[in-house]
Ligand binder design. Sequence first.
Ligand code: FAD
Length: 325
Amino acid sequence: MRGGEGDCCVVVVGAGAAGALTASHLVTSLSPRYRVALVDPSPTTGRGAAYSTTDERHLLNVPASGMSAFPRDPEHFFRWVRNHHDKEAQPQDFIPRHVYGDYIHGLLQTAAEYPGNARLERREEAVVAIARRGDRFTVRLSSGQAIVARAVVLATGSSPRTDWAPAGLSSADVADPWTDELPDGDLLLVGTGLRTTSLAHADPFFRDVVAPVCCALQAVVEGDFGSAANQLAAVLPRATALGGSAAQRDVLQDTLVYALARSGQGEQAAVVLDERLSRRASPRDARQRARIREGQGASSPRTASAPAWASGGQTQPRPGWQDRG
Ligand SMILES: Cc1cc2nc3c(=O)[nH]c(=O)nc-3n(C[C@H](O)[C@H](O)[C@H](O)COP(=O)(O)OP(=O)(O)OC[C@H]3O[C@@H](n4cnc5c(N)ncnc54)[C@H](O)[C@@H]3O)c2cc1C
């Protein structure tokens, strides 16, 4: 990137993990005559949806040894954790997500404080338009102000907005492929996450069973128990397609019971166990059901009937897993 004094600005749109890390690397690698504008209406930097939680139980889904911000120094995050969070931490530990937010935020702060680095400017507003003329970009902000930049980095995460797409494409946009009617003709899939790959997968078994189960288990790991319960309830009638033994499939039903109980739907959890106990005796299930009902208290309704999905029927309650990317 070349240019005279005053026009050496890079705009990074989005201050989640990706934007903050990009800004941090840019600030470190460019000289002080450069300015890096990090623009995001969110008051947090480096956290985004994933690392904004303050709950210690919300853990990273990758061990500490796999979350370094520096590809050439894979242990960097692990060492940072030992110095700043837990001196007993091990490389294989799953660290609370908020700690990772602290890490990214800290990296950017340190980079911005060093006088030999580029200057960082944090703007708490949204980018509403970007126009290109020659080798300059005019980045319009929600305040009405504009920044002229030599380069723009888009790090807006998985925002479903598609107004960046050409009109012809966005008018045929399919926001929810499971409920929207698909247009005739070729499809362009944007992104390579689980939702996209499962939609693109030729094998309906992967699309309709494996991907939803993975999404549900991910929701459990992320502590989103209500969503996990909905997703598991929707996919359980199709779980026999996974093969294996009934005992192995019971693990999914156990996870459903757990997710229901953790999301305050204790009576529904007990109903799932009722249905299972009506098929086969199990002291463990009976104990668990008793514990759940005790936890519910005497005032809880006991009248819920076993839903079809509890016994592998075809009626699905709410189609939950589609809601996740
Ligand atoms: C609950 C949860 C847990 C996760 N756990 C992990 C994990 O353990 N490990 C892992 O590797 N990944 C995890 N992920 C995936 C995670 O999302 C990514 O790792 C990473 O945080 C994505 O960062 P991002 O900066 O791309 O997006 P985001 O964090 O979504 O940030 C995008 C930012 O762009 C801003 N933005 C959008 N539009 C504009 C605009 N027009 N102008 C200005 N700003 C804008 C938004 O306000 C937002 O702050 C998790 C995701 C979630 C949801």
